[in-house]
Structure formats: C-alpha cells, structure tokens
Design a protein around this ligand. Structure first.
Ligand code: PGA
Length: 255
C-alpha cells in the first residue's frame, strides 16, 4: 500500500501563497515514488491549487464539505462544487471541526456518506482529547466515532476510505504521540473497522497518524505496520519542510 501524506493547511494561505507553494514543491519534488501526496488548501485557494498542480502527481483535497448536494445552507460547500475543481479527497470530522465548530458524530456520518456518494475519498479523523486519554476512555471514544461514521455502510462502497488517528492533544502542540501509543490506537482502529465492515475491507483502509508530525518524527510512525501515512498541519505550510518530510517518510519505509 502506498503511503498517503496529506497537508492540512487549515485557515492558511491565499491564492497567491498557494501558487507559490505549488511551484516550490513541484520544483523540488515532481514525483513521489511510493507516496500519494495531497494538499488541502482552504476552499478559496482550491482552484489556484488545481491550476498549478494539473498534470503533476500532487493531489488535491478539501478540509470539509456539507452533506447536501445544494440548497439553503449559507456558508457551506457541497460535494459537486469540490468535484468540479478536481478535488479528490476531503477531510471529514477533523478535531477542530468537532471541538471548535461543534460538529457531532451524526453530522460527520452524513458528510462521510455524501463524500462517498460524490466520488470523493474521505479522510475520516478520529481521536481522543487529553482529558479522555487521562480518564482511560481513549478506546471507547475511538470506537464510538468509528461506529457512528461507518456502521451500516455497504462495505463495497467504502473502498476509498482513509482514516486518520489524530489525538487532539497532539495537534498543533509540538507534542506528538509516542509511536507505541499511535501503534496501539491505529491497530485498534483497524480492528474496529474490521468488526464494522469485515476484515477484508478493513485491511485495505490506509490509516494515517496526525498530530505534530514533522521531518524528524515521521519515520517513527510510517515504519509501523499499523500506519500508512500522515495528516500534517504545521509542517506542511512551507514547501521545503513538507518536501523534507515526504523524503524522510519514503526513506523510512524503504529502509
Ligand atoms: P499539526 O496538525 O501537524 O499542526 O499538529 C495536524 C492536523 O491538525 O491535522
């Protein structure tokens, strides 16, 4: 399975900054052997990114979507609008949306279904807060999030699903999870997906780790058998740190 490394830019970068990033990254690394690389700019910069990555191996993702196809939903963006721009992936249920914007498991389920219906590849984010980890409910939280998102989906429709394990306390803090903790959580995620969708489909789901991933630590995550990529925030904002991280990931899996 190829690694999938996704840049989640959150609310960063204008169209001009996006164009500069794409030029710099593709000037440095125009082909990513063994690694699927994607950038998830804000909605306003998606078309600028699409213009600059056309014809390259770099893929495009969105950070969110609404579950309806169109309608009276002020400020929202629908699947067909993303497809028109050449978007291939969409992040669903990022912890900043769950915990800052108040998205709940029901909304995340609707978004996941809409992504699959529209032919977008969902990157479903799950993970516990620091308080939940301290009180020992990490396993229960992750299970609940996966069950709410996936239970009852026809397994044959989930072939493009990606899951990202993102412990909330590790996001943007510089304090990444210990590889052994990420390994335990990602193994649990695959087991739970197996219980929900069956072990055959579960084997095919790439599971990413996210939370303070950088060049110096990505190797310790992607060399684990339980992890097939990373969702990267801060370290994806500069083309040189992002390309260094991609190289480090490739080296770790090849060695
Ligand atoms: P971070 O963000 O790499 O800055 O911790 C990761 C994410 O939010 O996906």
């Amino acid at each position: 399975m190829n690694l999938i490394i996704a840049a989640n830019w959150k609310m960063h970068k204008t169209r001009a900054e996006t164009a500069d990033f794409c030029r710099a990254l593709l000037g440095d690394l125009d082909y990513f052997e063994g690694v699927e690389v994607l950038i998830c700019p804000p909605f306003t910069a998606l078309s600028a990114a699409a213009d600059h990555i056309g014809g390259s191996a770099l893929k495009l993702g969105a950070q969110n979507m609404h579950w309806e196809q169109e309608g009276a939903f002020t400020g929202e963006i629908a699947g067909p609008m993303l497809m028109e721009l050449g978007v291939e992936y969409v992040i669903i249920g990022h912890s900043e949306r769950r915990h800052i914007m108040g998205e709940d498991n029901r909304q995340i389920r609707l978004k996941l279904e809409a992504a699959l219906e529209n032919g977008l590849k969902p990157i479903l984010c799950v993970g516990e807060t620091e308080a939940q980890r301290e009180e020992g409910s990490t396993t229960g939280v992750i299970k609940d999030q996966l069950i709410a998102a996936l239970e009852g989906l026809p397994p044959e429709k989930t072939g493009s699903l990606v899951v990202a394990y993102e412990p909330v306390w590790a996001i943007g803090t510089g304090k990444a999870a210990r590889p052994e903790d990420a390994d335990e959580a990602c193994s649990l995620i695959r087991d739970v997906i197996g219980e929900i969708l069956g072990s055959g489909p579960a084997e095919k789901v790439p599971i990413q780790y996210g939370g303070s991933v950088k060049e110096a630590n990505i190797g310790s995550f992607v060399k684990l058998a339980s992890i097939q990529g990373a969702l990267v925030g801060g370290a994806s904002l500069e083309a040189d740190s992002f390309s260094a991280l991609i190289r480090a990931a490739r080296k770790a899996v090849q060695s």
